[in-house]
Design a protein. Structure first.
Lengths: 135, 481
């Protein structure tokens, strides 16, 4: 049977312009056979939610190194819910203090990836979360 | 570094409100740092006031929030600008922040002609790597050359630009790319200055540079040595500079933030010390050493102090300051210097062939080189061909680290301050000066005087940047992965 490719949106929310990590993850996921759309810089949560709906993605990967994660990530989750995108897996990577992780997961972020994570770990996580949904 | 003049210990600092940062500056100065270096928050870097909708969640998180001259006055409270070299890491709104700094200096009674310090003001590397651009390249370059012209006339001891490779390296470039793209950016600035009609020896002595101090000890030293040699050749042969001060490359260095790990953060103290040693033995004029908690948050006071002590131990206890260029004549370092230099010339030739750095940026050339280099590096780390201690080898169960927390109270307080500012200034005067600025921006006059006028009327950073945005438009990059 022909398998549908996993569709991923890699997004840079807020004013942060540090895109090294986002670009590497986008490329790694593409190399792993996924369809990846990279939003580019300085996306508002509204822009990201709209793109996610438009592109009908399975996964959203957020990259935030600016410290604005506690504001922007929950805002995005709220917008996704309002737009009926309740099945999408949202991941977050960047400069995230340990202490902030529980609240982010509470807001619906599936996993937070800290500096030092290997790209393979992210690929595996995305594949696992996609597999868990097809049943 | 010179034997008779130690490098400036200049710790990059900034967080929260102007008061918070002022306190950290005064603390670091009391602990022996010899220069000030200002880190601004993302809204400020992008030309937005703290009360802008786009500033939500971002105020004071990456640096200090500066929305007006009033904030700048608090920032330098009890810091005599006439006596302390001050560096400001600001790019797209550099002219505006510089105008605020000059206004504070004037208020303090300092003579502009004695002011020392540096304005980063390097827009080309924003398009290439740091991505904090607002306006398109041509008007942005116009603003930069306006500052060169203004500086040559009014602030002869102040470095109008810090042509940077640090950020290029942090984005994942190789050492050779860092060197090549920085020098080619410099060539572009000199060309624009000369085209403006400035005599090269009038502004080149105040061009300064900013390099990364990364892990590969010998390669970094070779890079700095190659940089000096190449700049001398570029200024002599390409631009016919007569003054030795135009040909001497002076630089600030910062130890590599991207090399620091979230895992086992105390290992970072060691990384920073080794990188700082390379920068000093490589001849840096000014140095920032990173704090151990950089991968997690902005530095705590403890971490920032330890970073400063690292420099002080190097300077006072290691003995390496007793000789300049100690690796001169080393068979290995000389060979490596030649190799790095050759690699950099190749890139410069290639970019010349594209018509210069601005066309190269338009094609995405340096951006793609950097993206490819960063992906190769990550692949090597993932495959454990490159070992990072504590990350892909020698791992332990991690304990959480106490870090600096900045909350939304900074934004709230800034909103209040801006409301009060707009109520207490002459809004008529501020708007008149903003209109005058818009008009000047449409022409070819030097924009520093109208920017200075606007700043003095307490027009906000956001208002001034918006006025320029009206005339210049904004820059969008084609996302390259």
């Amino acid at each position: 049977m022909h398998e549908k490719r996993i569709r991923v949106l890699i997004a840079k929310p807020g004013l942060d312009g540090h895109d090294r990590g986002a670009k590497i993850i986008a490329r790694a996921l593409r190399d792993a056979g996924m369809e990846v759309i990279y939003t580019g810089l300085r996306q508002t949560p509204e822009m990201i939610a709209s793109a996610a709906v438009q592109e009908d993605v399975d996964v959203i990967g957020l990259s935030i190194l600016s410290g604005a994660h506690s504001t922007l990530a929950p805002q995005l989750m709220k917008l996704l819910k309002e737009k009926g995108m309740t099945d999408v897996t949202v991941l977050l990577g960047g400069t995230i203090p340990d202490a902030d992780i529980p609240a982010l997961k509470q807001a619906g972020i599936a996993e937070i990836f800290l500096p030092g994570t290997s790209t393979q770990d992210i690929v595996d996580f995305v594949r696992r979360s996609a597999a868990n949904k097809t049943c | 570094m010179y034997r008779a003049r130690r490098w400036t210990m200049r710790q990059f600092a900034g967080f929260g409100s102007a008061q918070d940062t002022n306190q950290r500056f005064r603390y670091l100065l009391s602990q022996g740092q010899t220069g000030v270096s200002v880190a601004f928050d993302l809204p400020t870097l992008m030309g937005y006031d703290s009360d802008d909708a786009l500033a939500e969640g971002e105020v004071g998180k990456c640096g200090v929030a500066i929305s007006s001259l009033a904030d700048m006055e608090l920032l330098f409270d009890r810091i005599p600008l006439g006596g302390i070299s001050t560096s400001m890491t600001i790019n797209s709104p550099a002219a505006i922040i510089w105008a605020m700094y000059l206004a504070v200096a004037e208020k303090q009674g300092a003579d502009w002609s004695t002011l020392t310090g540096t304005l980063q003001n390097d827009i080309l590397k924003e398009y290439i790597a740091q991505k904090e651009y607002i306006y398109p390249p041509n008007p942005s370059m116009r603003l930069v050359i306006d500052t060169f012209e203004f500086g040559a006339r009014h602030t002869p001891k102040f470095n109008a630009i810090s042509i940077s490779g640090y950020h290029i390296r942090e984005a994942g470039s190789t050492a050779i790319q860092e060197l090549a793209f920085t020098l080619r950016d410099a060539i572009e600035y000199v060309e624009w200055g000369v085209r403006r009609g400035l005599a090269v020896d009038d502004f080149a002595p105040r061009l300064s540079f900013f390099f990364n101090a990364h892990n590969d000890f010998f390669e970094e030293i070779a890079k700095y040595r190659a940089a000096r040699r190449m700049w001398h050749r570029i200024m002599t042969e390409r631009f016919h500079a007569k003054s030795p001060r135009s040909r001497a490359l002076r630089f600030h260095a910062q130890t590599a933030g991207c090399s620091l790990t979230a895992q086992q953060p105390y290992n970072n103290v060691v990384r920073t010390a080794l990188q700082a040693l390379a920068a000093v033995m490589g001849g840096t004029q000014s140095l920032h050493t990173n704090s151990l908690d950089e991968a997690w948050a902005l530095p705590t006071e403890f971490a920032a102090t330890l970073a400063l002590r690292t420099q002080q131990i190097l300077a006072n206890e290691s003995g390496v300051t007793s000789v300049a260029d100690p690796f001169g004549g080393s068979y290995f370092v000389e060979s490596l210097t030649n190799e790095v230099e050759q690699g950099a010339w190749e890139y410069i030739r290639k970019i010349d062939g594209m018509g210069g750095m601005i066309p190269a940026i338009g094609r995405g050339y340096p951006q793609k080189e950097i993206a490819d280099a960063s992906y190769r590096y990550q692949t090597a780390v993932d495959r454990r061909e490159k070992i990072i201690v504590g990350v892909n080898e020698f791992k332990v169960g991690e304990k959480p680290l106490e870090t600096l927390r900045i909350d939304e109270s900074v934004r709230q307080s800034q909103i209040g301050r801006l409301r009060a500012l707009r109520a207490s200034r002459s809004n008529e005067e501020a708007h008149r000066r903003l209109s005058a600025l818009r008009k000047a921006a449409e022409g070819t006059d030097n924009l520093m005087p109208p920017i200075y006028d606007a700043v003095k009327s307490y027009a906000t950073l956001g208002e001034i940047c918006a006025a320029l945005r009206d005339v210049f438009g904004t820059h969008e990059e084609a996302a390259v992965t």
